[in-house]
Design a protein around this ligand. Structure first.
Ligand code: SAM
Length: 273
């Protein structure tokens, strides 16, 4: 259950509700790390006290029905993940004490996703899947045929937080301010390879990115790139046109396919158990 399920509170717990008792059905190993995780922007350190705001308190105490003495994992991209215990549980606020570090912050491989913003539901999908598959940054890129309403970066960042909470990573990818494609290319640092996914052809992505190195994957809008944009991409020294196979994929499918191929070939899926 994640924060978006706040309409459907979890059932009342019938066991595992005291501070050190394992949750129902959990093995000793599972009980070592709290299953409920919450991203907290403020610094985390031993014996620190964290004051919860309304949304977080609602999630822990109303949706997840935690009470005083329950343990949760709090994390952020700098201080890592910490075990914390609930000291005060209210409807609109709460207080937790940090007990011990559980895991250090661990950024995914140095991969950025660049994509032309899509309509709402597809955009939500892209953010969630990009976080799960493992990227460090997400860059909305404005192109000639970009079709989207006003971008809400705060909403996109909140979705990234929720996806990170849910998938167990100790890092939240940053959503960067939208930038026009021309400016992005003008400012691009050549050390970072820019894989331009082009449905008109290119080397297969799987073989093009065989070595771990800073990289970015660029996916175009539903209408594709204009001829001028494609030409600028082809001429850019950091840019490598790559193919995702013989069929034209929807933009969000292309995001998932490209990140999967990159992770399997050059990322942290290599040799992952
Ligand atoms: N407008 C294009 C058309 O109708 O021919 C299709 C654009 S496609 C829906 C959206 C984006 O997904 C493309 O700009 C490209 O970045 C990526 N994409 C889709 N299929 C691809 C493929 N087979 N190989 C590489 N990239 C692909």
């Amino acid at each position: 259950m994640n924060r978006s399920d706040s309409e459907n509170p979890a059932p009342e717990p019938s066991c595992g509700s005291t501070p050190l008792e394992p949750a129902c059905g959990s093995t000793p190993l599972e009980s070592e790390r709290p299953r409920i995780r919450l991203h907290i922007s403020q610094p985390l350190a031993r014996d620190g006290v964290v004051m919860l705001e309304r949304d977080a308190a609602n999630y822990l105490f109303n949706v997840m029905r935690l009470g005083i003495g329950a343990q949760v994992a709090l994390f952020n991209s700098t201080d890592g993940e910490w075990r914390a215990i609930v000291l005060k549980a209210g409807k609109r606020a709460g207080e937790l004490r940090l007990l011990e570090p559980l895991r250090p912050a661990s950024p995914p491989p140095d991969l950025w996703l660049l994509f032309a913003p899509l309509k709402k539901a597809r955009m939500d999908f892209v953010i969630e899947k990009a976080v799960e598959l493992g990227v460090r940054q997400i860059h909305p890129v404005l192109t000639r045929y970009t079709q989207s309403e006003r971008l809400r970066l705060d909403r996109m960042q909140a979705q990234a937080v929720e996806a990170a909470e849910q998938c167990g990573m100790v890092y939240v990818p940053r959503i960067v301010e939208p930038v026009a494609l021309a400016k992005l290319l003008a400012d691009w640092e050549e050390a970072r390879r820019l894989y331009f996914c082009d449905e008109r052809g290119g080397a297969p992505l799987l073989s093009a990115c065989a070595k771990p190195a800073p990289a970015a994957i660029l996916i175009g809008p539903e209408g594709g790139f204009s001829t001028e944009e494609a030409q600028a991409l082809y001429e850019h020294p950091a840019c490598a046109p790559v193919s995702l196979g013989p069929r034209i994929l929807r933009a969000e499918t292309a995001v998932v396919a490209a990140l999967t191929l990159w992770q399997a070939s050059a990322g942290d899926w290599r040799g992952a158990s």
